[in-house]
Design a protein around this ligand. Structure first.
Ligand SMILES: Cc1cc2nc3c(=O)[nH]c(=O)nc-3n(C[C@H](O)[C@H](O)[C@H](O)COP(=O)(O)OP(=O)(O)OC[C@H]3O[C@@H](n4cnc5c(N)ncnc54)[C@H](O)[C@@H]3O)c2cc1C
Length: 804
């Protein structure tokens, strides 16, 4: 074994092997993979090898397609077969909700360039004659996917990587990791120490323990998983091709052909966590004890839906562990506070995702940028809230829902409520239906007295629709209160704060008493943040952004090297807030503030430290509704008093609660995009329209060169808001935007505009097609709807109400 290398990858499962291959391919061939046992010895060797491109997140779907397409490349390079069976996929629906979900997948697939089609049950049965169609109402067929040989695929990656100069050391166990002063690592193994500039944790079942070696607690946990292999099935004899891999949502079953028989697996509702506290050191290439009694009822559903399986004998049962993050997506990327330490773990679908993970991680390491938006698998989507207890409750919930459809209006109940603001009890008493964002409870909408605070999961308009409408109208006609504690909040202080912010943000940094809208770019000129900066004093700033991105932004700030005279601190738990919005909001706030906040003296984007009722507060004139509005921030111990004061003072002004759903409607009526949904690291200032906040005259800021290049050449695509004609339900996200039968772009968010009386969708189309009034088509749950681009906000186009 060498004693020094650029990168050590810990773990020789399919993910570690893919990372090794991709690093070698990008030119970092001085890389060593350390495997304590044999390659594949964790969860990889006993996987069922199924592969597909289905994921609720378009970017992950794209990476899954990349993974599947890559297998031919590594086969050719390595001479090692991946044992590919590219026989495509079938998805079966048994309820209207499941059918809607399949239609949504079809609409999304067009822009992703994936061959997908709704087919009849008769056609489905031709592709898989084992289906008893009487249990189903619809089917989707997709060309991509199939299955591969897990061992062959892992060895193909490793051999291809070796050919590019990388190396693999088997039977070499990493015992501990020590960081040197320069940020590089001493990797201590049972075969000696190897010095590495970077370390990647691809430890699979042991990723948690490798995290402990560097003092972090990764939110990852293993679950037991069963599948069965049947004896030969007479119905399959003599067929000239394999049946198509089939997913049965109602039965929570997947099945495919395995030689002359079938493989059938289930994700049961009460799954068993494996090794909840510590993964045994000596576990390797072992299976777990079968538990038929527990699983029989679930497999029996499968035997009813695919009766030939029930008639065939069981040849073999496999029970093996594999890992999950609380939301089921992988954990990838650098970890805040740890230089040169990377993770690629919690990968539950290694044969669909391993290649894509290797691709983005290798770029991230070599080029300091993953090259595309991967927020949904970024390790930074979890923060301190994802404690071991949280993970131990969320992972089994996710497992039990692996084959259940995620409805867009559905909030998962496990591990809730955990993070609660001081207003939680007040809001729930007022009928709030809560969601959780970064673990924190926040109001989605309010059920009026007599209406149950619950909502049926659906892809269509729910029973919340009229109540959200009432909230929107109250904001536009009088005044509403929305809790903003779930925003991301940061305090930047110190003598060097302004100079540092000037370098990190693309915008002009506001002077004392002012707020500025502040895009943040990566070196490639893509949007990594759309925040607002309030300057309280020359050396004291409050920054507000998306709550979902709190850890992501903290990591970005940390990696932007704040000098010793700059202090960056999360205010997530030290500030709470409310937004007061609507034409009567000034009347309300003025009742609680001694100083003059008239239109002339406290203008839009002004900020002031002042008492609001009992509460010492930061008062901002800002908001996201397009109405006259204020954000009021105070410490958690005053938040309840602030709320009570506002409520008392606002009663006769018509003060009404509003929630996140109403906010989505109000902001789209104004054409405002939102970070995470509409603005993500795939897009540029020119594409998003955030270029109007970029200060191109500044001598230096991250992403400047790329932003200038884009300004010179013009953006390739543009963010637009469209009104949908004749819609009876709203877009959800990632539906393809069609023009003359071609998919030209996709939807990023949507809502019904209750105060303009139209269904609205936001998304990106090529710049050449982005004209005011341009007509597109969007397939919304199987119905083609006309979508008309509207360049002017549909509500208050000149911003008079906002500035009033
Ligand atoms: C029954 C079953 C069926 C499945 N079916 C599918 C399927 O159909 N499709 C699909 O895509 N996925 C499937 N999976 C999931 C798939 O197996 C995982 O996604 C994949 O194996 C994860 O690979 P990995 O490389 O992250 O982890 P692992 O395979 O666990 O690899 C981690 C490696 O790290 C090594 N290691 C750990 N600690 C150290 C150390 N300290 N020093 C050196 N080496 C170390 C281990 O020995 C191990 O080889 C299935 C899993 C199971 C259990």
């Amino acid at each position: 074994m060498k004693d020094s290398t650029r990168v050590v990858i810990i773990g020789g499962g399919v993910v570690g092997a893919s990372v090794l291959y991709h690093l070698a391919k990008i030119g970092w061939s001085d890389a060593v993979l350390l495997e304590k046992s044999e390659l594949t010895a964790g969860s990889t060797w006993h996987a069922a090898g199924g592969m597909h491109t289905f994921n609720g997140e378009a970017n992950i779907s794209r990476l899954q397609k990349y993974t599947i397409d890559l297998y031919r490349e590594i086969e050719a390079l390595s001479g090692q077969s991946c044992g590919l069976h590219p026989n495509g996929g079938l998805m079966l629906a048994a309820s209207q909700g499941e059918l809607d979900s399949l239609k949504l997948i079809c609409s999304r697939a067009r822009y992703l360039g994936m061959e997908t089609e709704m087919i009849t049950l008769q056609e489905a049965q031709r592709l898989n004659p084992l289906i008893d169609t009487s249990h189903f109402i619809g089917a989707l067929w997709r060309a991509d996917g199939g299955h591969c040989d897990p061992s062959g695929t892992t060895h193909a990656y490793a051999k291809a990587a070796r050919q590019l100069g990388a190396s693999v050391e088997r039977h070499t166990r990493v015992l501990s990791l020590e960081q040197r002063r320069d940020g590089s690592w001493n990797v201590l193994t049972d075969k000696g120490t190897i010095h590495a500039e970077h370390v990647v944790n691809c430890g699979g079942l042991w990723a948690r323990e490798i995290g402990h070696m560097v003092g972090i607690e990764l939110p990852v946990l293993a679950m037991e998983h069963h599948y069965l292999l049947t004896e030969d099935i007479p119905e399959l004899a003599g067929r000239d091709r394999e049946i198509v891999n089939t997913t049965d949502y109602a039965g929570e079953i997947y099945m495919r052909q395995e030689r002359g028989g079938a493989l059938i697996g289930t994700y049961e509702p009460h799954g068993i966590v494996w090794s909840p506290v510590k993964t045994p050191d000596d576990f390797s290439m072992q299976l777990l004890a079968e538990d038929f009694e527990r699983l029989a009822p679930y497999f029996e559903v499968g035997f009813r839906h695919f009766p030939a399986l029930g008639r065939a004998g069981i040849r073999k049962a496999v029970n093996g562990p594999f890992t999950f993050a609380p939301d089921g997506n992988p954990l990838v990327g650098p970890v805040r506070g740890l230089r040169n330490f990377w993770v690629a773990c919690a990968v539950m679908a290694g044969f669909s995702q391993g290649g894509g993970i290797g691709l983005v991680l290798s770029r991230w390491m070599a080029e300091n940028d993953p090259g595309q938006d991967i927020l949904s698998m970024d390790v930074a989507r979890f923060g301190a809230f994802a404690t071991p207890k949280y993970t131990s409750i969320k992972v089994p919930e996710n497992y039990s829902r692996r084959f259940r459809l995620a409805y867009p209006n559905e909030e998962l109940p496990a591990a809730r409520p955990v993070r609660r603001s001081a207003l939680y009890d007040k809001l729930t008493a007022a009928g709030a239906v809560m969601g959780a964002n970064f673990g924190l409870e926040h109001a989605l909408w309010f059920a009026p007295p007599g209406v149950p605070p619950t909502e049926t999961p659906t892809y269509r308009r729910s029973e919340a629709f009229p109540h959200v409408r009432a909230e929107c109208r109250a904001v536009r006609s009088a005044v509403g209160l929305y809790e903003t504690t779930n925003y991301g909040k940061y305090e930047i202080t110190g003598r060097g704060a302004r100079a540092w912010l000037d370098r990190v943000f693309a915008s002009r940094i506001p002077g004392p008493g002012r707020i500025g809208l502040a895009p943040m770019l990566n070196p490639a000129g893509r949007i990594v943040g759309d925040l607002s900066i309030a300057c309280l004093q020359e050396d004291r700033y409050l920054i507000m952004g998306s709550g979902f991105a709190e850890e992501f932004h903290l990591r970005w700030f940390w990696s932007s090297d704040p000098p010793p005279d700059v202090f960056v601190r999360s205010a997530a738990s030290t500030l709470g807030g409310v937004s007061i919005a609507g034409p009567r909001s000034r009347d309300l706030v003025q009742r609680l503030v001694r100083s003059d906040i008239s239109a002339a003296s406290f203008k839009l984007f002004h900020v002031r430290e002042t008492a609001v009722g009992y509460a010492p507060a930061v008062l901002m004139r800002a908001g996201f509704t397009g109405e006259l509005g204020y954000e009021i921030w105070t410490t958690p111990d005053y938040l309840l008093s602030l709320y009570e004061d506002l409520w008392e003072a606002g009663r006769d002004l018509g003060l009404t609660h509003f929630g996140g759903r109403a906010l989505s409607s109000l902001r789209l009526e104004k054409g405002y995009g939102s970070f995470n949904k509409d603005f993500r690291p795939d897009y540029t200032p020119g594409e998003t329209g955030l270029d109007r906040f970029v200060d191109f005259d500044k001598a230096e800021f991250t992403g400047r060169a790329a932003a200038l290049r884009e300004r010179a050449s013009g953006p390739k695509r543009r963010f637009i808001v469209m009104e949908i004609q004749d819609a009876d339900t709203e877009v959800i996200g990632y539906e393809s935007i069609m023009k003359d039968g071609q998919a030209v772009g996709y939807v990023t968010s949507g809502a019904y505009g209750h105060c303009v009386g139209r269904s609205l969708a936001a998304g990106y189309v090529p710049a050449a097609l982005a004209r005011d009034g341009a007509r597109f088509e969007i397939d919304i749950l199987g119905e083609m709807r006309t979508a008309i681009a509207r360049f002017q906000p549909l509500y208050d186009p000149h911003g008079e109400r906002l500035r009033s």
